[in-house]
Design a protein around this ligand. Structure first.
Ligand code: 5GP
Ligand code: ZN
Length: 139
């Protein structure tokens, strides 16, 4: 259920304080201590589950509802006009805390943030091969 060495589990248990914004029996949301933009919120399951692949699909409706509710409140409270929703899974993806969490980053017109640098495929064949490889691996 909880991992005694996990910083987010310690927050859930109240051993470490947090700036809480939302809570249900299954989910907690609080401000990220080092925000990308001020008002950056983390939404986490209360159960210690490391990443997206460990989450039970039964939790998805509550998670979506929490993300929508908190995102709506962020727009109202902060005047945000947009929201970046992100989730890092695995160290190579930048995941530092190994307790699944969604980043809700409020966005404002001309806020200066440039997320999501993009690459290019060599050609449409290369793109098609990539899609086929992923689709085949789904079976
Ligand atoms: P990750 O890189 O794992 O996706 O993101 C972890 C996030 O947790 C980081 O954005 C970091 O600022 C935040 N964080 C780490 N430790 C704490 C903490 O003790 N309290 C809060 N509120 N946020 C934390
Ligand atoms: Zn944990």
């Amino acid at each position: 259920m909880h991992d005694p060495n996990c910083i987010f589990c310690k927050i859930i248990k109240g051993e470490i304080p947090c700036a809480k914004v939302y809570e249900t029996p299954e989910i907690l949301a609080f401000l990220d201590i080092a925000p990308v933009n001020l008002g950056h919120v983390l939404v986490i399951p209360k159960e210690h589950l490391p990443d997206i692949w460990a989450l039970p699909p039964s939790l998805a409706p509550q998670m979506l509802q929490a993300i929508q509710a908190v995102g709506t409140a962020m727009k109202a409270a902060l005047g945000a006009t947009g929201l970046n929703l992100g989730m890092n899974n695995g160290a190579s993806a930048g995941q530092i805390v190994l307790h699944a969490h969604w980043h809700l980053i409020p966005r404002f017109a001309n806020d200066g943030l440039t997320l999501w640098p993009q690459k290019q495929y060599d050609d449409t064949d290369a793109m098609e091969r990539m899609a086929t490889a992923i689709a085949r691996a789904l079976t």
